[in-house]
Ligand binder design. Structure first.
Ligand SMILES: [Zn+2]
Ligand SMILES: [Zn+2]
Length: 373
């Protein structure tokens, strides 16, 4: 089985591993698609994500979907398309008992060095998964779109942490894949206004196609004062909390979704106090994977977030592409070896082609706010 494995910082190998042997209760899944996440990139480039350091070879990948290859207990028919919940929490700690398994300190997450032995990930040919962690895809949802379910669940959890966004004015700061999904999800959940801000134009165009109504190019455009009920900070940039604080309305909520750097970040507490702003963190997701699949099945708009795909054997090139800030959107690995495309643009971007550049110059299609200085 071809598998993408990090051995150390900068050392990613596509190597053969033996096929997994299902344990009682497991279903054998033939993997088809895997989205490359920021954490995969950190393992690849730095050999660590925050304090989680690679101590043994680690197969990457937690945004993974596939088809049932074999269910020894006969509940799921071979070929059934499934999404995989990447997390297993302990079920007995206080957080688990209170219904918040995403903050369980004992969680094992696919493709993660948080625990030792590490939890080997899903950028591979087959995975044995406990049946309770499988979600059968809703009818009509292609696996190529369902690969967004895990990051979309993360986005939905951030919106739930905000207390919901129906009727709200929402700003998503940072239009990487998670930010773009958050913007699109906020629209689907009935936000009155959804804005996306980023330092890069191509990222904003993706957020726009995912549903953001207004985009703000940081450094060129200005955010309105005290306008937003909810700000989801999805960039993790150290300068971001100070940059967005003025845009939050009195008694508004700021949800920190972007992974903050290890070093302390300056947060201006003056407005937090004087405007009674609530700061909330958000981590992974609880129960939102099913909601994410339903949302993906109901519309193909979020597919705009997937921009490139590579066969698994080209995992190194795929990682380098995903790490390139000039490439917006989500890079996906094709895990079943069927597709031989090489870094092919996929999804709707293919049809758009150079129009992505044109969108930045065509004032009739541009909705970027040009606020008065
Ligand atoms: Zn991820
Ligand atoms: Zn627990």
């Amino acid at each position: 089985m071809r598998t993408a494995v990090v051995h150390a910082a900068g050392d990613l190998r596509v190597e053969e591993r033996p096929a997994p042997v299902p344990q009682p209760g497991d279903v054998l899944v033939a993997m088809t698609h895997g989205g490359i996440c920021g954490s995969d990139l950190h393992y690849y480039r730095e050999g660590a994500v925050g304090s989680f350091t690679i101590r043994e070879p680690l197969a990457l990948g937690h945004e993974v979907v596939g088809k049932v290859a074999e269910d020894p207990e006969g509940r799921l028919r071979p070929g059934t398309p499934v999404a995989i919940h990447p997390g297993t929490s302990c079920g007995s700690c206080q957080e688990c008992r209170e219904g918040h398994p995403q903050v369980c300190r004992h969680t094992r997450y696919l493709g993660s060095a948080a625990t030792f032995p590490h939890t080997q990930g899903g950028f591979t040919g087959q995975l044995a998964v406990p049946s309770g962690r499988l979600h059968v895809l809703p009818a009509g949802l292609p696996l190529s779109r369902a690969v967004l379910a895990e990051p979309l669940a993360v986005a939905l959890h951030a919106l739930n942490r905000a207390g919901g966004v129906a009727g709200a004015r929402v700003l998503v700061n940072g239009a990487g894949p998670i930010g773009a999904l958050t913007a699109g999800a906020a629209v689907a959940w009935g936000a009155e206004e959804v804005w996306a801000s980023d330092v890069r134009e191509p990222q904003l165009r993706i957020a726009e196609r995912a549903g953001a109504g207004t985009t703000v190019l940081v450094g060129e455009d200005t955010l309105p004062d005290e306008h937003f009920d909810v700000v989801v900070e999805a960039s993790g940039a150290p300068s971001a909390p100070a940059a967005v604080m003025g845009a939050i309305r009195r008694r508004g909520v700021m949800v920190q979704l972007g992974a903050a750097p290890a070093e302390p970040v300056r947060v201006p507490f003056g407005p937090v106090v004087a405007k009674e702003i609530e700061l909330r963190g958000t981590f992974r997701f609880e129960h939102e994977l099913g909601n994410a699949l339903a949302m993906l099945a109901s519309s193909d708009r979020l597919e705009a977030v997937v921009t490139r795909s590579f066969p698994l054997r080209d995992a190194v090139e795929a990682m380098e592409t995903a790490a390139d800030p000039a490439v917006p959107g989500k890079v996906v690995l094709l895990l079943d070896g069927e597709d031989t495309s090489h870094g092919a643009a996929c999804g709707t971007v293919e049809h758009e082609g150079p129009a992505q550049t044109a969108a930045g110059t065509d004032s009739t299609t541009r909705t970027t706010r040009r606020a008065a200085p």
